[in-house]
Write a protein that binds this ligand. Structure first.
Ligand SMILES: Nc1ncnc2c1ncn2[C@@H]1O[C@H](COP(=O)(O)OP(=O)(O)OP(=O)(O)O)[C@@H](O)[C@H]1O
Length: 311
């Protein structure tokens, strides 16, 4: 069994009448990169603030590094590195000077740690460049270096790719992957765009209006971005019934645009067309398509979110 790094059970947080988190359960094992995806206001930051101790009032239980009692969890927060809000860096200081300030302030004895971190996040060459002259991606990488300065085992990163351009997104993502592999970090990240977590996370949790509405592994996600046939035909309702009778094992649906979707590419397209022709349907469109990830994400929120609202 893999080591449990974090376990929260039945986490609930209200801000007045606003339910920000509702009976939220989450277990994170060592070495995992867990992506929390949800729209703006879904509750991601609230979850991270509770885990990191920034929001101390909540109901439910929280266990960090196996320590169940609240006091123990507080002590174990030393092993957590956090980027929830942009850290305060001095605009006129360099990357090295900024990190050195925090190294001394946090009483980290290892004097090589700053150079080590700058190399790790690929900022060693910035030399005299001041923080205010950094790109957003460089600022984000410096924030990662700061969060890791005290050698945490769990990194919690709220919206790491927010505001970054495509190059910045890839740089930050590759850095996080490298950290997970080389530094054996366990990582918890959030995003309002599932696509941005797609090539990073090993497991995904979908949150909507404070509720966990879905959870799946990277492999399971691939299955959901499945390919399918899209068919337009006159009398689509009658046609889907005929197709379903002809191919009883195939999963099919009629979407809101009256398009038939057949989720079984083992059926040759000609067989679908033949069945429709033989039953005198007029076929105007038959193409092979693949679901787009954001589409899968929004469908998930729409269908499962509906069931959990107003609780
Ligand atoms: N300090 C607060 N006071 C009142 N309401 C709050 C507070 N913090 C969060 N909320 C509310 O709780 C809900 C969850 O907010 P949260 O910031 O956790 O969402 P989020 O998923 O992180 O969204 P975003 O991506 O926009 O940051 C929202 O409805 C938000 O308005």
């Amino acid at each position: 069994m893999s080591e449990t790094i974090l376990e929260v059970k039945q986490l609930t947080k209200r801000y007045g009448k606003q339910l920000a988190l509702n009976n939220f359960d989450l277990t994170v094992s060592k070495g995992e990169i867990v992506g929390i995806a949800g729209r703006n206001g879904a509750g991601k930051t609230t979850l991270f603030r509770i885990i990191t101790g920034l929001t101390p009032e909540f109901s439910g239980s929280l266990s960090l590094f196996g320590s169940l009692d609240e006091q123990g969890a507080l002590e174990n927060r030393h092993f957590v590195g956090t980027i929830i809000e942009a850290p305060a860096f001095f605009p006129d200081l360099t990357a090295k000077q900024n990190l050195e300030y925090y190294r001394i302030q946090r009483n980290i004895k290892d004097q090589n740690r700053v150079d080590e971190m700058l190399a790790l996040v690929d900022l060693a060459d910035t030399r005299r460049k001041k923080f205010k002259e950094f790109s957003l991606g460089m600022k984000q990488r410096l924030a990662i270096a700061l969060a890791l300065l005290h050698r945490p085992q769990l990194l919690i990163f709220d919206e790491p790719t927010n505001g970054l351009d495509p190059t910045g997104i890839i740089q930050v993502r590759d850095l996080l992957l490298k950290l997970a592999q080389e530094e054996e970090l366990t990582i918890l990240v959030s995003s309002h765009i599932l696509t941005e977590l797609e090539h990073l996370a090993t497991r995904f949790v979908i949150i909507e209006q404070g509720n966990k509405i879905d959870e799946f592994t990277k492999g399971e996600l691939q299955e959901r971005i499945q390919s399918y046939y899209e068919i337009r035909v006159n009398k689509p309702l009658a046609a889907i019934n005929i197709l379903q009778t002809a191919f009883p094992d195939a999963q099919m649906e009629l979407d809101t645009d009256e398009l038939i979707k057949v989720y079984d590419l083992n059926i040759p397209a000609e067989d679908l067309a033949d069945t429709l022709f033989q039953n005198e349907f007029k076929l105007s469109h038959l193409v092979r398509k693949t679901h787009k990830l954001e589409e899968v994400f929004l469908n998930m929120i729409e269908s499962k979110g509906r069931d959990t609202r107003h609780v």
